[in-house]
Design a protein around this ligand. Structure first.
Ligand SMILES: [Mg+2]
Ligand SMILES: [Zn+2]
Length: 230
């Protein structure tokens, strides 16, 4: 077994500064219907698959508008350097998102990072507007559109260990599957509330230090499993 863990990173709010998916729907689907939809997702009444499908139905937006919005977002100033460091050191790095592949590709292309693997929901443009497709839905918890727990399991089987990096509620399913969780924002709060051990981070310089440590450790000593939280 290789001593290098795979690193799986959430996109919105973790790699990108700010939540592009949220901004997209706030801007092009916003209003009380949308606010209620998000609230019911946060309360766990609907899964993200249903939420995203309904958000896309509410949205009136063109391809050009999505590109312009996505390009207006910055990414973590240390992410590119981190991706280069992973590539040089043979650390597998991938993006896992319960958002939409289209805007992730726009942002990564803008920053010369198109080579990174992306596991996300697929955005389709049609004559009526936009529509999501869920290529990984059947593999996951049946609540998430793209369940991060599934991708952590696959990468763990392949690489032995997984470091997960995230900031939000859509990362919850990754918690019980990952060997090491680096968290900020809502995800850090979920970890504290559920007693799930995690390491806080501010940016990808912090992430790199933690991953360096994890690479040094090797083996399976970082492995810690707790019961499924839901
Ligand atoms: Mg996020
Ligand atoms: Zn899930």
């Amino acid at each position: 077994m290789t001593s290098k863990p795979a690193v799986l990173c959430d996109f919105d709010g973790t790699i990108s500064k700010g939540d592009i998916g949220n901004s997209l729907f706030r801007k092009f689907a916003g209003g009380t219907d949308w606010e209620e939809l998000i609230a019911s997702w946060v309360r766990g009444e609907i899964g993200s698959r249903e939420c995203l499908t309904r958000e896309c139905m509410l949205a009136r937006v063109t391809r050009e508008e999505v590109v312009a919005l996505a390009e207006s977002f910055e990414i973590d100033e240390h992410f590119h350097e981190f991706a280069d460091w992973c590539a040089a050191g043979g650390v597998p790095l991938a993006v896992v998102s319960d958002g939409l592949d289209f805007y992730i590709e726009v942002v990564l292309r803008k920053h010369g990072l198109s080579h990174l693997p992306i596991f996300a929901n697929h955005l389709k443009f049609n004559e009526k507007g936009i529509e999501p497709e869920f290529p990984y839905f059947g593999k996951g918890c049946q609540q998430c559109g793209n369940c991060k727990g599934y991708h952590v399991r696959v990468h763990r089987e392949r690489h032995g260990r997984v470091v997960f990096v995230g900031d939000g509620y859509s990362d919850r399913c990754a918690l019980n599957e990952s060997d090491l969780v680096l968290a900020k924002g809502d995800l850090a709060r979920v970890c504290r509330e559920t007693g799930r051990p995690y390491a806080p981070f501010r940016n990808f310089r912090d992430v790199r230090l933690r991953v360096e440590e994890a690479c040094g450790r090797g083996g399976s000593d970082g492995r810690r499993r707790t019961g499924r939280g839901r």
